[in-house]
Write a protein that binds this ligand. Structure first.
Ligand SMILES: Cc1cc2nc3c(=O)[nH]c(=O)nc-3n(C[C@H](O)[C@H](O)[C@H](O)COP(=O)(O)OP(=O)(O)OC[C@H]3O[C@@H](n4cnc5c(N)ncnc54)[C@H](O)[C@@H]3O)c2cc1C
Length: 304
């Protein structure tokens, strides 16, 4: 099956991975680069056949062009539309899916052709299940991929995407968000999950963080459901994406949504009582054990 794909890009993070995934079922892959002008130049190096450039005006968020990009998608009618997990790219994908009538799927891990159908494997139920979804119609896939370094090659040609109008939407203010957690600059992060039994036990984790000169992070439920740690500190797909030199996960199961936040960490270490916890598959170092025993032992070792 020959399938023309459009990859909607508002940044370059994981773009080459998204292009490579689109290519598994497509002979021709076009990146639609929606953002400041230089984005298209970077996208042209992502292993793509051509780039359509939709330049945002000064201070205009990429999502402001969602209807215009969706209109262009409807005119080109690609069989496959793809975005990474970047929030702005997902907004563009949703608009394009609605306009083109494509079936929208999130968390797509792999694609293949089966006769005239496109078949997607996608993560469901918090990543506990991989669903296989098939469609004979157009597909709009938000893909969950690793970052790739594209093979060196010539830059793809860039042409301007003709857009009907430019919406009057501008960023009119900008200030640092949240409480300035320091997570983004931290060389070390000690992060805690639902393996922690009580709020007061956070003191133990904080003591370890102090001893390591680390910032505190957590899984989503610890911040969102339990409210034990500030929401600005939860790590993952819908939380903070961080790149410390050391990420120490204490009592965190390691669901894909959490691990997406530490894809760029240099070293991931995990402590979990369950030897089959998914976190160990992503960890460079792991201790199968009770954090209530391992953390005091680490503190004792650090004080020696
Ligand atoms: C759309 C969507 C977006 C999401 N975004 C995020 C996100 O951004 N960030 C995020 O974190 N989650 C996110 N989630 C939720 C995610 O799927 C998981 O549910 C969540 O990460 C689980 O948190 P946890 O690991 O702390 O808890 P659990 O999954 O309950 O794991 C607790 C772990 O602690 C271990 N444990 C228990 N006791 C001990 C002990 N004494 N010592 C050591 N280990 C122990 C257990 O073996 C278990 O592995 C999202 C989910 C969805 C659907």
């Amino acid at each position: 099956m020959s399938t023309h794909a459009w990859v909607l890009a508002t940044g370059t993070a994981r773009l080459a991975g998204a292009v490579a995934l689109a290519r598994t079922v497509s002979d021709e892959v076009t990146v639609v680069a929606v953002g400041p002008g230089p984005l298209a130049d970077a996208a042209a190096l992502a292993g793509v056949d051509r780039v359509l450039r939709a330049v945002t005006e000064d201070g205009q968020p990429a999502e402001a062009l969602a209807l215009q990009v969706a209109g262009a998608a409807a005119a080109a009618a690609p069989r496959l539309l793809v975005s990474t997990d970047e929030p702005a790219a997902r907004a563009l994908l949703g608009a394009a899916a609605a306009r083109t009538g494509a079936a929208a799927l999130s968390g797509v891990l792999a694609l293949r052709a089966d006769g005239d159908a496109l078949v997607a494997d996608r993560a469901a139920l918090d990543g506990a299940v991989v669903q296989t979804v098939s469609t004979r119609g157009p597909l709009a896939a938000q893909v969950t991929v690793e970052d790739l370094t594209p093979a060196a090659g010539a830059a793809a040609p860039i042409t301007d995407l003709a857009l009907a109008g430019s919406p009057d939407v501008r960023v009119v203010g900008r200030e640092a968000a949240g409480t300035g957690t320091g997570l983004h600059d931290a060389a070390r992060v000690v992060s805690v999950g639902r393996g922690l039994r009580a709020r007061e036990d956070l003191a133990l984790v904080e003591e370890l963080a102090r001893a390591l000169g680390a910032e505190i992070g957590c899984s989503m439920p610890v911040a969102d459901d339990l409210g034990w740690v500030a929401k600005e500190r939860y790590v993952g797909r819908s939380g903070q994406k961080i790149a410390p030199r050391l990420y120490l996960a204490l009592g965190i199961s390691g669901m894909p949504q959490h691990l997406e936040g530490v894809r760029d960490a240099k070293v991931v270490a995990a402590v979990n009582t369950d030897p089959d916890a998914p976190v160990f598959r992503a960890a460079d170092f792991g201790i199968v054990g009770d954090l209530y025993e391992v953390v005091p032992a680490l503190l004792a070792a650090l004080s020696e």
